[in-house]
Design a protein around this ligand. Structure first.
Ligand code: HEC
Length: 189
């Protein structure tokens, strides 16, 4: 009887917990970037496969992380992973519509484990690139959006004051026009 009571308490708290997570996720996905891209367009991003990781040599290469900088994971949706497997954009072919990439940024954290190592610390932001040539003709088919997270208040907000913020993103990504404006190749694994 006592054991059964404990089981029902556990079940009840698990249910509350699941509802709590669903609500928090729902809130975040109501955000919209100033250029009209909704966070909800990337609802399943946390499940996308890893393309690569990166760690800028100084904090200047980090979107919202102050010194000592950040550590990042670049991930891609299934269309983008297939694209890499088809050797695009390395072969100079354009990335197809529907492909999307994300870059997750954490503050860099030094840890002394079995050996000193940099690992993800506080989560800071997630940046997206979405290919849709009809929707984003002015930026060579790529739509850009970044959503920033404030750990202290546990809140999210869309980055950018006006739709033109995306021109700054694309301006820098134009450096890698030859790989259809994407910096990160898909390394062997
Ligand atoms: C000053 C140059 C610069 C600007 C501005 C810039 N990026 Fe990038 N971006 C990079 C570099 C370099 C990488 C690859 C290295 C890394 O992991 O940071 C990258 C990588 C990415 C990736 C992973 C896919 C890829 O191309 O490798 C995404 C997604 C991304 N950026 C989105 C954005 C968004 C959204 C903005 C604007 C809010 C933006 N970027 C602005 C330089 C820039």
């Amino acid at each position: 009887m006592k054991a059964r009571h404990i089981v029902s308490i556990l079940t009840a708290s698990a249910t509350v917990c699941v509802i709590g997570i669903a609500l928090a996720a729902e809130d975040r996905f109501t955000l919209k970037s100033p250029n009209g891209i909704s966070f909800s367009e990337f609802r399943d991003y946390a499940a996308w496969p890893v393309v690569a990781s990166s760690m800028p040599d100084d904090a200047g290469g980090c979107g919202s992380s102050p010194p000592p900088g950040c550590i990042k994971a670049i991930i891609g949706n299934p269309v983008m992973i297939k694209t890499y497997n088809d050797n695009i954009p390395a072969n100079g072919q354009p990335v197809p519509d529907g492909a999307a990439l994300a870059k997750i940024e954490w503050r860099r954290k030094h840890e002394v484990s079995a050996y000193p190592v940099s690992v993800p610390g506080t989560f800071m932001e997630v940046a997206f690139m979405l290919k849709d040539s009809k929707r984003f003709p002015d930026t060579n088919g790529w739509g850009y959006a970044t959503f920033r997270y404030d750990a202290a208040s546990d809140t999210w907000k869309a980055f950018g004051d006006n739709p033109e913020f995306a021109n700054t993103c694309h301006g820098c990504h134009t450096l890698v026009k030859a790989s259809d404006y994407t910096f990160t190749p898909y390394p062997k694994r």
